[in-house]
Design a protein around this ligand. Structure first.
Ligand code: APR
Length: 255
């Protein structure tokens, strides 16, 4: 997938102009991003990550508290493998364009909130300021029993590291299937969806709740939805503008 901004197909030029106009006149912009925006930084989407060594597993076998309790080393190793990819990744043109859109909002005193389902931290690395991480951050670690935040730990080949405070096993600080989202992050995301007049939905399949409901909450409040995704999603039919392309190509055209 390229990251350049090649010529825009004529059929898309109208949609891009409409999306730009919506963004330029918005008084409050909410953005929701998913794995698709980081694909161009070389980070496999959640389901794509189950390849190679990991292809025999289903996400539910690796990303639940039950999976961790049953086989902590397997789950720790999978996240260590994903963390390795994340720490070497750099933000792409899509991340940078969202920084520019936020700056534009700030300059004309419009509200802006970027809600992400991604755990890679690339929005902040790009320079986005108002970022709500709904699913945690894979670069952080906490202990399983008491959620003590852990700054550094020692990797060993055989065992999952333990918490220096309580001795419980360490785990990634991400939200697993079946777990509650961080309450402040969820509240901030809901508030942004309720109050925005433009909702930009980028690189998410909009199937995993509660994030998947955010664009519909925005629609109920009268907001216009702009979607950027190379594939149609359940949201596409409700979007005012649907830009069928890669985030790294489409977003710079809106910034
Ligand atoms: N630009 C924009 N979108 C893209 C790109 C790209 N370059 N490449 C792929 N996509 C789209 C795909 O078409 C798909 O709709 O990104 C979406 C990725 O979907 P998912 O893998 O389901 O990721 P996401 O929606 O972020 O998943 C939500 O579910 O797996 C759990 O907790 C995990 O945060 C994740 C959540």
């Amino acid at each position: 997938m390229g990251t350049g901004t090649g010529p825009v197909p004529i059929s898309m030029a109208d949609d891009i102009a409409r999306a730009r106009e919506l963004l330029e006149h918005a008084t409050s912009v909410a953005v929701l991003t998913g794995a698709g925006i980081s694909a161009e930084s070389g980070i496999p989407t959640f389901r794509d990550a189950l390849t190679g060594l990991w292809e025999k597993f289903r996400p539910e076998e690796l990303a639940t508290p039950e999976a961790f309790e049953a086989n902590p080393k397997l789950v720790w190793d999978w996240y260590a493998w994903r963390r390795e990819k994340v720490v070497h990744a750099v933000p792409n043109a899509g991340h940078r364009a969202l920084v520019a859109i936020e700056r534009g909002c700030r300059e004309r005193e419009a509200d802006f909130t970027l809600v992400t389902q991604n755990v890679d931290g690339l929005h902040r690395a790009a320079g986005s300021r108002r970022v709500v991480e709904l699913h945690g951050n894979i670069r952080r670690v906490k202990c399983f029993d008491n959620h003590h935040a852990i700054e550094s730990w020692q990797e060993t080949a055989d065992e999952v590291p333990t918490c220096p405070r309580c001795g419980s096993l360490l785990r990634p600080d991400v939200v697993w299937f079946g777990e509650a989202l961080p309450p402040e992050a969820l509240a901030a995301a809901l508030a942004a969806a309720r109050t925005c007049d433009v909702f930009l939905c980028v690189g998410t399949s909009t199937v995993v709740e509660p994030a998947a409901s955010l664009p519909y909450i925005a629609l109920e409040g009268g907001a216009r939805v702009i979607e950027v995704n190379p594939q149609p999603t359940p949201l596409t039919g409700s979007a005012s503008v649907s830009l069928r392309g890669a985030a790294g190509e489409m977003l710079p055209l809106l910034a």
